[in-house]
Design a protein around this ligand. Structure first.
Ligand code: 8YV
Length: 332
């Protein structure tokens, strides 16, 4: 009997077929976002789940789904999963690191450029038919990106990929702050200099956030931090909603505390703080850091690889390629 798995959201048809080669699959081709109760109901009798950031996998869910053995999450971030609760119950958790790195770094850089160079503001201006005169000396004149100081908060794989783009592509001075300092070879490769958080806030012309979300990162950027930044600075969040206090950011953007921002992630997304929607110095995108066709396919294929190995059907599959709690596997 093949194990039963749940795929909580829609995926590529050929990847759904790959799942069906290995498992009895309950899927969601309509791509409905289920309530916690609906999720628990559909997880009954399932050994594995292909989950996404839209579902919370917590202790209450695990309690209600005792047959669950593998939570294979789409995304490098897994703050939707209570990993400690999974580990305590012997449930393996996997994520999709590496495959998202370069694509997400590309979006980070696109947002720095879009916000700093007022690209979306200008686009709206033209579409509204407001461009009646060329050559206004200071129109849409923002700061430079090349040669400026790029600050990065969070220096994992994606942070380092952004640092390389800034240093090598745009001749930027790169400073970073992270829970732990990189080793010397990683700093050299990233061309980035470690600073404390206050220095990062004060010296960055463009500050990019790419740290994991957890209780310690909640509102890491609030009004107190925004007030330390340059009035000409740009803030970009491609990490997780909740790292920035969106209400404080909207107030800071309105008051000119900082010049511009770009957000790919929001507190309580897909809802967006209404104060942000009324501002033209913030660029808003739809949590799409990893949204290139090849990367989304690579992520979903990696989830299938993880599920196949975690549920131990195929002797060739070995260990799941990207476990978050490998200690569960060594206990098996
Ligand atoms: C999303 C992400 O997971 O990798 C992450 O952590 O935030 C994204 O790649 C993606 O949007 C799929 O839900």
């Amino acid at each position: 009997m093949r194990p039963a798995v749940l795929s909580t959201r829609a995926t590529y048809p050929d990847i759904a077929d790959r799942l069906r080669e290995h498992f009895e699959v309950t899927d969601n081709p309509a791509d409905t976002v289920w309530s916690p109760a609906e999720l628990i109901e559909r997880l009954q009798g399932k050994s594995g789940v292909m989950s996404t950031g839209s579902e919370r996998i917590d202790a209450a869910l695990l309690e209600a789904c005792p047959q669950l053995k593998a939570v294979c999450n789409v995304g490098v971030g897994y703050n939707n999963v209570d990993v400690a609760a999974c580990t305590a119950r012997g449930v393996v958790v996997t994520n999709t690191p590496d495959v998202v790195t370069e694509t997400t770094a590309d979006l980070g850089f696109a947002l720095i450029l879009a916000a700093a160079r007022r690209i979306v503001q200008a686009d709206g201006f033209l579409r509204r038919g407001e461009w009646t005169k060329t050559g206004i000396y200071n129109q849409f004149a923002g700061p430079d990106v090349h040669g400026a100081t790029l600050g990065i908060l969070g220096m994992g794989r994606i942070g380092r990929a952004i640092a390389r783009r800034g240093a090598l592509g745009f001749g930027m001075r790169v400073i970073y702050h992270n829970r732990s300092r990189l080793d010397a070879s990683q700093e050299t490769e990233s061309r980035a200099q470690y600073v404390d958080k206050a220095t990062l806030l004060q010296e960055a012309d463009h500050l990019l956030l790419i740290l994991p979300y957890g209780p310690g990162a909640h509102h890491a950027i609030g009004m107190a931090e925004l007030l330390q930044m340059k009035p000409t600075a740009t803030l970009v969040n491609i990490a997780r909603g909740g790292i920035v206090d969106d209400a404080a950011l909207a107030a800071a953007l309105r008051a000119g505390t900082i010049a511009a921002a770009a957000l790919d992630v929001f507190e309580g997304e897909p809802r967006i703080h209404p104060d942000l929607l009324g501002l033209d110095n913030v660029v808003l995108t739809a949590h799409m850091g990893s949204a290139s066709e090849p990367t989304r396919r690579a992520m979903h294929n990696l989830v299938v690889d993880n599920l196949v190995a975690a549920l131990g059907l195929d002797p060739q599959a070995g260990q799941p390629p990207t476990p978050v709690n490998p200690e569960v596997l060594s206990r098996r």
